[in-house]
Design a protein around this ligand. Structure first.
Ligand SMILES: *Cc1c(COP(=O)(O)O)cnc(C)c1O
Length: 486
């Protein structure tokens, strides 16, 4: 007799019970997030647990879940905690997590096929984003796994559109003028990674100095473009920053748009988290000019608080976007009109992306926008900006703390100072303060360099933080600082 198997639960009832248990546990876990340390160092024995060969025989789901509870759950990175502000991490949401479970359960592939709902959900989101960022209805867009991916796709479209020859056929190996891209020296590393991956070579990325507001120096930009042209290179694209990682600074986007217009350059904006400040009536003005971008990359897992991972890209010129990626072999042919799964005239999402299969990450965003409404997101973004200003005030009010950069949005960089201590001593002192904050599970800022000085970096995209959390941060930085200098 032939034995035929599948991967469904052997016992649906016990799997259902386990599922309910997991759900209950996670609700308790999320509800109690404030009562646990932000982070705890995973001991060696925990890390060692993740050695060993691939299992050849089955283990019970109950046991695997117990393993998760013992070895994984207690050692998170901590970003769901109200006192996590390191790097630029989002906090996630409960309903978003549930949506991810639903999306995984129906296991749809949104990359292609018409006449199923998932791509329509993603398209509706893209339409909503066009509205939020004042892009024309004719623009295109895709969801991505984050802003690095969105930057890569956007710069690929820029390259193929502005190279002036058939780059899909000829590549970058044929003898043509060198293509040059411009960004500020505060640009995120994902821009350079994209430049390298796209074959420009990092030498083709001009990192322009910034002014004292950490915005790209427009004069230096124009001089560099002119120099490149006179050296026989072909400038093709300027990357504007709408919220830099280090300080949250926003380039003068209107001027960048004008320069791009005049110089016939593609205007790409890396808006990772900062672009969502358009939802804040007070901060919105700083983002004027994003609506003129040729492509706009941003995240939803940072300042829009969605569970990892999700970002997006908008492209003003739909045709340029499609022409960069669309490739249709016989086994993927579609859009011939009429009935059947591939009959529809809808352009597949895979025609706008280098990947074919795609998950249904749209669902968690769609759920969340419906659950809260965009007005609530606007209030939360404003709340984060106000809380960041509150922290900046606490720092300014303390003679032993020093703000390292202007606070334009939600990023606060500061350090502990003491009279008579030199540069190196202050750097190592602040590094130790950071380590103690993290190791004691009190709070999790990260560290960075501003004007060559080591500083604590608070990038506030946390919807659970209260002002009293910043009171605690400041109090603890002072306490630890005093202990260390004794
Ligand atoms: C985080 C960040 C990125 C990269 O986004 P990921 O979602 O982490 O890939 C790009 N640009 C800026 C300004 C960022 O802060």
């Amino acid at each position: 007799m032939t034995i035929e198997e599948n991967l469904d639960p052997e016992d649906w009832d016990s799997m259902r019970d386990l599922g309910h248990q997991m759900l209950d546990d996670m609700f308790d876990h999320l509800k109690g997030v404030r009562d646990r340390p932000v982070w705890q160092h995973a001991p060696e024995e925990i890390k060692r647990h993740f050695n060993g060969p691939i299992p050849s025989d089955p283990e019970l789901p109950e046991d695997i879940y117990k393993e998760f509870q013992k070895y994984i759950l207690p050692y998170p990175i901590g970003n769901i905690n109200p006192r996590f502000w390191g790097w630029v991490f989002g906090t996630g949401t409960v309903f978003g997590a549930l949506a991810d479970f639903l999306a995984a359960s129906i296991n749809t592939n949104s990359g292609g096929i018409d006449y199923h709902s998932a791509p329509y959900v993603e398209r509706q989101l893209i339409d909503w984003f066009k509205g939020v960022f004042s892009f024309p209805a004719s623009a295109s867009g895709v969801l991505t796994g984050g802003c690095s991916e969105a930057n890569l796709i956007g710069l690929a479209v820029a390259r193929n559109t502005k190279a002036g020859y058939q780059i899909r056929q000829e590549g970058l190996q044929s003898p043509h003028p060198r293509l040059i891209v411009y960004a500020s020296e505060q640009a995120h590393s994902s821009i350079q990674k994209a430049i390298e991956l796209l074959g420009f070579g990092s030498e083709a990325l001009r990192l322009i100095p910034v002014n004292d507001q950490f915005q790209i120096d427009l004069k230096a930009l124009q001089t560099t473009i002119a120099q490149d042209r006179s050296n026989g290179h072909l400038p093709i694209c300027v990357v504007g920053a709408a919220g830099t990682t280090n300080t949250g600074s926003i380039d003068d986007l209107i001027s960048l748009a004008q320069i791009c217009q005049r110089e016939n350059l593609w205007f790409h904006v890396d808006g990772a988290f900062g672009v969502w400040a358009v939802l804040s009536p007070q901060a919105k003005g700083q983002l004027a000019g994003i609506e003129q971008a040729d492509s706009l990359a941003f995240d939803l897992h940072k300042w829009m608080y969605l569970p990892y991972d999700i970002g997006a890209l908008l492209v003003r010129n739909e045709e340029a976007h499609r022409k960069t990626f669309s490739l249709t072999p016989a086994y993927l042919s579609h859009g011939e009109g009429g009935r059947g799964m591939a009959g529809g005239d809808l352009v597949w999402l895979s025609d706008y992306d280098f990947k074919l299969s795609r998950n249904f990450r749209a669902l968690k965003a769609w759920f969340s926008f419906k659950e809260h409404g965009i007005l609530k997101y606007g209030r939360l973004i404003q709340q984060n900006i106000d809380q960041a200003r509150y922290l900046a005030q606490l720092i300014s009010a303390s003679p032993e703390l020093e703000l390292a950069a202007p606070v334009s949005l939600n990023v606060v960089c500061f350090r502990f100072i003491q009279p008579g201590l030199d540069h190196d001593t202050l750097d190592s002192l602040n590094k130790q303060i950071l380590v103690e904050l993290q190791e004691q599970g009190i709070a999790a800022p990260s560290g960075t360099l501003i004007h060559g000085k080591f500083v604590l970096h608070v990038a506030h995209t946390n919807h659970r933080t209260l002002r009293k959390d910043f009171d605690i941060l400041v109090k603890e930085v002072l306490r630890i600082g005093h202990q260390l200098v004794q």
